[in-house]
Design a protein around this ligand. Structure first.
Ligand SMILES: [Zn+2]
Length: 242
């Protein structure tokens, strides 16, 4: 059985690339595993108020757009993952819901590419820290509202009609999504193994965010960590680390 018929897992592959490249890593690059995030131990983990944990500002929203743009440029330079052909821009227009303030202009397009080669034309959509899959709200808000909703249900102060401006039923759907699609998906099934102390699936994404600290920095780290789920191209996902 030569040649290893079994494809190596994305996370394993990432771990390898991460190890190899961490020395020369630009902190602005989309990296799969921020080392300070995955090595946290429970003993180092202080209790913080959730409102502190989920703070974010327009600066973060714009910074995420900049990170996305840099990563997209790398994907473009690498060429078509299928045939190596040149990639042309073929962005998706987006109109994310939620209050983006001055950063709104940075969220009007989801970068995507199309192979120029006739007969291939394969689409490559780089991973993103701004958009979480097909959700119509921007990614930061999906995380922030989900974390707040978890906190509210824990403290028994349930029943608000909106969480951070998002209708309650939408947030409830997100919580379902974290516990099913995300928690049972291939990314998390493997990535959770990187944490020395298990992350409580039932409290996602709050339980995961806590591991990255607090404030906008924690949000950015979490988004970098979960970025693989924002693209369906395995090759693109692996390329993100390089
Ligand atoms: Zn191609």
């Amino acid at each position: 059985m030569e040649g290893g018929a079994r494809p190596s897992s994305i996370v394993t592959e990432w771990g390898r690339i991460w190890e190899r490249d961490k020395e020369k890593r630009n902190p602005l690059e989309v990296g799969p595993m921020p080392p300070e995030g995955v090595r946290l131990r429970a003993a180092e983990h202080r209790r913080r108020s959730l409102s502190h944990i989920v703070e974010y500002d327009v600066k973060l929203l714009s910074a995420l757009a900049e990170i996305d743009a840099q990563h997209a440029e790398r994907v473009r330079r690498d060429g078509c993952p299928e045939c190596g052909g040149a990639l042309d821009r073929a962005d998706y227009p987006r109109k994310p819901r939620g209050e983006l303030g001055e950063a709104a202009g940075d969220y009007e397009r989801r970068c995507s590419f199309c192979c120029r080669v006739e007969g291939c034309r394969k689409r490559s959509t780089p991973a993103s820290l701004r958009f979480l899959g097909r959700k119509v709200y921007f990614a930061v808000l999906v995380i922030v509202a989900s974390v707040r909703a978890r906190s509210m249900s824990r403290t028994g102060r349930g029943g608000p009609r909106r969480v951070d401006g998002v209708p309650e039923r939408t947030v409830r759907r997100w919580l379902q999504w974290w516990q099913t699609v995300f928690a049972l998906g291939s990314f998390w099934s493997e990535a959770k193994g990187f944490f020395a102390h298990p992350v409580d699936d039932g409290q996602l994404p709050a339980s995961l965010l806590e591991r990255f600290g607090s404030g906008p920095v924690a949000l950015e780290k979490l988004l970098r960590f979960t970025a693989p789920i924002t693209t369906t191209s395995v090759v693109t996902r692996i390329a993100m680390a390089g």
